[in-house]
Every structure is written in C-alpha cells, then in structure tokens.
Design a protein around this ligand. Structure first.
Ligand SMILES: [Zn+2]
Length: 86
C-alpha cells in the first residue's frame, strides 16, 4: 500500500542492491515499492521476472570480476538480449 507521504512527496528510493555497474535495485523506504534498471537503462517496477534477470546478471557480473580481463558489458548485453526474447 502506498503511504500518504509517497502520494504527497513522491517515493524516497534508496539503492537496495547493486546488481552490476549499471543495474541496481531500489526500494522506497516509506512504502517498499521496488524498482530496477531495465535493459535499456530505464527504471521499471521490480517484478519477479526482473528479479530473476538481475540474479543472472549478478552471477555473471561476479564471475567477470573474478576473471577480471574479460569484457564485461558485451557479455551482459548478450544475456539481457536473450532474456528479453525469452
Ligand atoms: Zn513510496
């Protein structure tokens, strides 16, 4: 349920999870509404589908950090494109 404060002043989003350098999840500290960064960089509602995508992205991201020298964004783009089609 939306809190009255969110209705009057708008949501007060704080980053709740860093998925990759570019993708983050946000939660409103008043009403717990959740958003995430979508494949095209816009903020969208954090649905179970997006949460799933973010879990995959996060796993790849951590793998890439461990390997370090591989190009990160190329692999992420490929994964997001695949997930968007699915
Ligand atoms: Zn809110």
């Amino acid at each position: 349920m939306k809190s009255i404060q969110c209705k009057v002043f708008g949501h007060d989003f704080k980053i709740s999870r860093h998925v990759t350098y570019h993708v983050k999840e946000y939660a409103c500290k008043n009403c717990k509404t959740e958003l995430t960064t979508s494949g095209n960089g816009e903020l969208v509602e954090l649905t179970p589908k997006f949460r799933e995508i973010n879990d995959v992205l996060e796993r790849i991201h951590h793998k890439r950090i461990l390997r370090k020298n591989a190009p990160l964004n190329q692999e992420l783009d490929k994964t997001q494109a695949k997930l968007r089609i699915a």
